[in-house]
Design a protein around this ligand. Structure first.
Ligand SMILES: [Zn+2]
Length: 633
């Protein structure tokens, strides 16, 4: 349980023909990144890499931590020139590993100079770095501009980075700033692992806000926006983020960072993002993502989720994700802990920090729980397989996603941890909770600098048993392996609520549908439709499925009227209790036909309903634990 990251790395590397013997350079790689051309989506980098004579392989990061898949944006790496002693050196890409570059270092050469450019434009890898620049800001994830010697754990490779930004741009990062001169900032030497784990946000419109000043280590919110007034964050929002920092004190009882920076981009140009790091998080929402009340509601869980990952995901990490470098494939089988428990605590923290009201929390939970509860793909694919297959499920199409399943380890993981929390509370008559598990599991070793402490399934079971004796192995295994047709809703029911369906969407779902420009007939006729009538998905075995509809089909008319969302909803309401089918004209691959939809139960939208007289554990869970001006951790 206390096995160090480096120890683990060496075990892994010994398996590959003694490559663990590779020596880490004694002096740091020097990396300079020039963002002068970032407004036109072109990043320049120059590396000075200590080397010795002989064959050398340099790697570009492929398996990006937090992405859970091999998304390193290799297709946008360009302009690679290697030189030594003033001479160009030929390099050759590995025939199999597209991220590997071989070069023969001549005798007498101790430093390799490498120039490269990163094209921050749309690419094929699905990488979030591709869209991380605009005319007014850049979010620099260093993995897009770094090469490192292969076969050495990245935690052992020292690197010293510096950065030139466009005129009038300021920056924020968890890296220690060693010097600033003009537009150039030099950072203290760190490992390649820590550099890749420490992005920089920089922009013309930038502000840094200190948070919860009574707490050490220190926390900051670094925000860049599309326009000057974007970064004047509302006092209520700043107060909620400060409260979030305070709420993690009693919940996690430890901090595994020297400082923590929430990096926040508010932009309709730069990509939306949520990427966890040890000492920071890369958060990207719409330009008005926290000033528009509806968007703020939809984005409320982002910061609590990414912040929680500092403990659950970065410090405590599934053994299959604690890889020694970015070339080693990751194993995602425990992502229902990494992401599922983070989803659980992130949502709870959003409520405890007043980013959500308890009612909004329940509305969000109802929305996700209901979708899982009627997802037929669960009959062939168990939850654990959604975690193992994370690398092929992320970013998948909505079409037939209810049969394929998607990254359900997030939200179904949340239901499992809610179930575990309420079970502990019941077994101990309210004396203990999942918080006690966090105190053992996430606070292991007390406050520490950033480091990785891996775990396996058995350690999760043992940790839960140390809180209260129970057959946790069977509890978890059953929920991970089941092919039952419905979702595990026990936690909601133990919490004193039940999932029901009403004729009106909740405020949360309404905001979500408006934002997505989507009409939701998922729980009624069995499909979701976009603004122009395109069907996104059809629920298997629903009335729409029985009527022969499929995703991609376009609704042209409903009961003789041209399609709009309101026309469809009116037709569903009018058919309630009647025997008359809803008549649709649809276009499928330019073939037009008439479809009779036999559905007569009216509109249905999920929500949670309080079970009168039942213990109100869910309400109890959402109560803040920290004082509004705590003096704690
Ligand atoms: Zn996450």
């Amino acid at each position: 349980m206390n096995k160090s990251f480096l120890g683990l790395a060496c075990v892994s590397f010994l398996l590959s023909a003694g490559q663990c013997m590779a020596q880490a350079p004694a002096s740091p790689i020097l990396l300079h990144v020039d963002l002068s051309d970032a407004p036109r989506h072109l990043l320049h980098a120059h590396l000075q890499i200590p080397v010795s004579a002989g064959p050398l392989t340099l790697e570009y990061p492929q398996w990006i931590p937090g992405d859970h898949r091999p998304t390193g944006p290799i297709d946008n790496l360009a302009g690679i020139v290697m030189r030594a002693n003033g001479q160009n050196l030929p390099w050759r890409r590995d025939d199999v590993d597209m991220y590997g570059f071989h070069v023969e270092v001549p005798s007498g050469v101790s430093q390799l100079d490498v120039s490269l450019d990163f094209l921050a434009t749309p690419g094929d890898t699905g990488s979030d770095e591709n869209g991380a620049t605009s005319a007014n800001m850049t979010v620099l994830e260093w993995n897009s501009v770094v090469l490192y010697p292969a076969h050495i754990p990245v935690a052992q490779i020292p690197i010293q980075a510096s950065l030139t930004v466009p005129a009038d741009w300021k920056l924020g990062t968890a890296l220690t700033i060693a010097a600033q001169k003009g537009l150039e900032t030099s950072f203290a030497s760190v490992s390649v692992e820590q550099l890749v784990d420490s992005p920089v946000i920089t922009g013309r419109y930038f502000r840094e806000f200190p948070l919860a000043p009574e707490i050490t280590p220190k926390h900051y919110l670094d925000v860049a926006g599309d326009a000057a007034d974007d970064v004047d964050l509302r006092p209520a929002f700043l107060a909620s983020v400060t409260q979030l920092v305070r709420e993690t004190g009693p919940l996690y009882a430890s901090r595994h960072y020297e400082t923590y920076h929430f990096l926040l981009s508010l932009s309709d140009i730069v990509r939306e993002e949520g990427l966890e790091h040890h000492q920071s998080s890369d958060n990207g929402v719409e330009e008005k993502g926290y000033s528009d009340p509806k968007l703020a509601m939809l984005n409320a869980d982002l910061l609590p989720h990414e912040f929680t990952h500092s403990w659950n995901g970065k410090y405590r990490r599934p053994i299959g994700l604690a890889t020694p470098d970015y070339a080693t494939p990751q194993k995602g089988d425990l992502l229902w802990v990494y992401e599922g428990m983070t989803q659980y605590w992130g949502d709870v923290l959003a409520a405890r920090s007043a980013m959500w009201t308890p009612e909004t929390y329940r509305q969000a939970l109802a929305w996700s729980a209901a979708r899982l509860d009627v997802k037929p793909g669960r009959t062939w694919r168990n939850l654990e397989d959604t975690a193992i297959a994370a690398q092929i499920l992320r970013g998948g199409s909505a079409n037939w996603s209810n049969w394929r399943r998607s990254q359900d380890y997030y939200q179904e993981g949340e239901l499992i941890w809610l179930d575990a929390d309420t079970t502990i509370r019941q077994l101990t008559h309210g004396q203990k909770s999942l918080n006690d598990f966090c105190l053992k599991f996430l606070a292991l070793g007390g406050n520490t600098p950033p480091r990785v402490v891996p775990y396996d399934f058995d350690q999760i079971v043992a940790g839960l048993n140390s809180v209260v004796a129970y057959d946790w192995r069977a509890f978890l295994t059953e929920r991970l392996n089941t092919h039952a047709p419905h979702a595990p809703l026990n936690g909601i029911e133990h919490g004193g609520y039940r999932l029901i369906y009403a004729a009106e969407p909740t405020e949360f779902e309404q905001a979500l549908l408006e934002h997505a420009k989507e009409t939701d007939a998922w729980f009624s006729a069995g499909f979701t439709v976009g603004a122009t009538g395109e069907i996104y998905d059809v629920r298997m075995d629903s009335p729409a499925f029985q009527a022969g509809l499929g995703p991609g089909t376009k609704l042209v008319a409903v009961n003789g009227h041209g399609y709009t969302g309101d026309v469809l909803k009116q037709a569903i309401r009018a058919a309630k209790g009647t025997a008359d089918p809803i008549e649709l004209i649809v276009s499928n691959d330019n073939e037009f036909r008439t479809v009779r939809l036999n559905y007569h139960d009216g509109e249905r939208y999920p929500r949670l309903e309080r079970v009168q007289g039942a213990p109100d554990l869910l309400d109890e869970i959402l109560k803040p634990l920290a004082a509004s001006k705590a003096s704690g951790l």
